[in-house]
Design a protein around this ligand. Structure first.
Ligand SMILES: [Zn+2]
Length: 257
């Protein structure tokens, strides 16, 4: 199946946490959206690979994505190697997404950094015919997505890294929260009974952080809730008057001008 957009994340729940409102919004707008988790998150402090598989399926249903796949790379171990690039290239060529979303390369979790590098390079190499991949013995055609867009986790975007923009997720913020709640082993959920130790993201306080972040980015574009993104390339604006009238004023408020 051909997708319009494919979101990559190092661990199941990364896409929901950083871009879940935008995923739900794109689905609502009628685009074919998929999620590819690079690992099963088996090294996480709470939960297990099997539990997170189920949580990821439930979250995908809540978000309404067309496909959710897993590259099954080893959590905390995988790096940006040619072997792993071929696995990602295979996924890109299979789904032929026009746009790829992935972690911003500057982040606190090393896996997110590796994921960003791995997906960025694989997105380029997927367009080179001499790098050969096959599915069930059938050679795949080369395909390069139009653009990579980065989502933020822990760190803010640097102003010199590219063009930032904020997506208004007011209509889908509650869907994002529901999708996050599906990951009951990872995020705050009073119904999840476990002797496992709490992590930063499993506390009730972190729920407040999610709300605050969305409120903060929303405030930058005069909307109740928002999610920030970055592209290394410039934004093309065919009609600047029309663009700024219809919401492009966001850019001014971001302070990136
Ligand atoms: Zn992660």
């Amino acid at each position: 199946m051909k997708l319009d957009v494919l979101f990559f994340g190092a661990h199941p729940d990364d896409v929901e946490l950083s871009a879940g409102g935008t995923v739900a919004k794109l689905v609502k707008l009628g685009y074919q959206v998929g999620i590819c988790d690079l690992t099963r998150g088996e090294a996480g402090t709470r939960g297990s690979a099997e539990l997170r598989d189920k949580e990821a399926r439930d979250a995908a249903t809540i978000l309404g994505v067309s496909e959710r796949v897993n590259c099954n790379l080893p959590d905390t171990v995988f790096k940006n190697t040619r072997e792993n690039q071929l696995k990602v290239i295979e996924i890109i060529r299979k789904y032929q997404p026009e746009f790829v979303f992935v972690h911003y390369w500057n982040d606190r979790h090393p896996d997110h950094i590796h994921a960003s590098d791995l997906v960025r390079e694989s997105t380029f190499y997927a367009g080179l015919p001499k790098i050969e991949t096959a599915i069930s013995g059938k050679p795949q055609a080369a395909f390069r997505p139009r653009r990579i867009i980065y989502y933020a986790a822990r760190y803010e975007f640097s102003r010199t890294d590219g063009s930032a923009f904020v997506v208004d997720i007011t209509d889908t913020f509650q869907t994002k929260i529901k999708a996050m709640e599906a990951f009951s082993s990872q995020f705050y959920n009073p119904a999840y009974q476990s002797e496992e130790q709490d992590t930063y993201i499993s506390t009730k306080e972190f729920r407040g952080v999610i709300e605050s972040r969305a409120r903060h980015y929303g405030s930058l574009i005069d909307a109740p809730y928002g999610e920030p993104f970055l592209t290394q390339e410039h934004l093309s604006v065919p009609d600047p008057i029309d663009f700024f009238r219809k919401g492009g004023q966001d850019i001014n408020k971001l302070g990136f001008a």
